[in-house]
Design a protein around this ligand. Structure first.
Ligand code: 13P
Ligand code: SF4
Length: 296
């Protein structure tokens, strides 16, 4: 399958990009692995005609919005993000009516329709910076945990929606962090800002997945307790063979991220299957907040 994929990639002028939460077999065949900010940047800069996006739908949609002339394929079109589904465009419109002077900051984990109603996007890697760049009131959607984290870091009061990531919110709990710290007292605790505030308070740092990957090689610390989706552990072990990683909860996986497999990647490319399409009007409106974010 890997040989066939390599051949097809050349014929189609395609690249395979994968989020850090993807399974090892996918990370190993990807041309580029990154967090959602890295992946948006890659989608904006690649010359390839086709992007096979191994991640969840909002990520592939962001790639298509940034590169409408390219073919963007998803190995499994049913790989969504439950957090992104926790807010829709009508709800954002209502919030804007309620707070007409506020600007909407949309986490990239949102549909194209929600982005189209927003002023600016952010990812977990740049959310504090993005919020700090805005004067005046802010409506933050959809993640209540990332929202609370940014509010605390920036000191700016915000209207925060009530969405959450089931994987981070429900599987990475304070008692598990305490247990892991007791078992590994010398380990540094890194968690994702999609975790509950009580979890973030117990950690040494809250970081995006890409920030964790970049931070770990730079510190002399040898052991790490990792509070995010467990796909990242494979990446961290591969990149840092001398260091040890303990997942906070081995059950903290994102079922949607794990829908992608090698056979589905091959089929998507072979059959040009599961192309991302976004109505032009929505795509044009959604591009503005993403571009604003990338400029910052
Ligand atoms: P990153 O921005 O850290 O890649 O996270 C994306 C995501 O979906 C986290 O659950
Ligand atoms: Fe969505 Fe959570 Fe999965 Fe990330 S880990 S894609 S936020 S459900």
């Amino acid at each position: 399958m890997i040989e066939q994929l390599e051949k097809l990639k050349k014929e189609r002028d395609a690249i395979i990009v994968a989020h850090i939460y993807q399974s090892p077999e996918i990370q190993d065949i990807a041309d580029f692995v990154g967090d959602s900010l890295d992946l948006s940047r890659k989608a904006a800069s690649t010359d390839a005609k086709t992007i096979v996006f191994c991640g969840v739908k909002f990520m592939a949609e962001t790639a298509k919005i940034l590169s409408p002339q390219k073919t963007v394929l998803m190995p499994d079109i049913g790989a969504g993000c439950p957090m992104a589904d926790m807010i829709n465009a009508d709800e954002v419109k209502k919030l804007k009516q309620q707070y007409p002077k506020h600007k909407v900051v949309a986490y990239v984990n949102t549909s194209a329709e929600v982005k189209a109603e927003s002023y600016i996007c952010c990812t977990s890697a740049n959310a504090v910076e993005i919020v700090n760049s805005i004067d005046g009131g802010i409506i933050f959607v959809p993640d209540r945990n990332l929202g609370a984290f940014v509010q605390k870091k920036s000191g700016k009061p915000m209207i925060i929606a009530s969405g959450f990531c089931p994987t981070h919110n429900n599987f990475i709990l304070p008692e598990f962090i305490i247990e892991a710290k007791n078992a590994h007292p010398n380990a540094c605790v890194l968690v994702h800002p999609e975790c509950r505030p009580e979890v973030i308070d117990l950690a040494d740092f809250a970081m995006s997945t890409g920030q964790m990957c970049r931070y770990i090689p730079t510190t002399s610390q040898k052991e790490f307790i990792i509070g995010t989706e467990n796909g990242i552990i494979y990446r961290l072990q591969k990149d840092n063979p001398g260091k040890t990683f303990y997942p906070v909860n081995t059950l903290a996986t994102c079922p949607n991220m794990k829908k992608t497999n090698l056979a589905k990647v091959l089929t998507a490319l072979l059959e040009n299957k599961n192309q991302i399409t976004i109505p032009q009007e929505i795509a044009q409106k959604a591009k503005k907040p993403i571009k604003r974010m990338l400029e910052i």
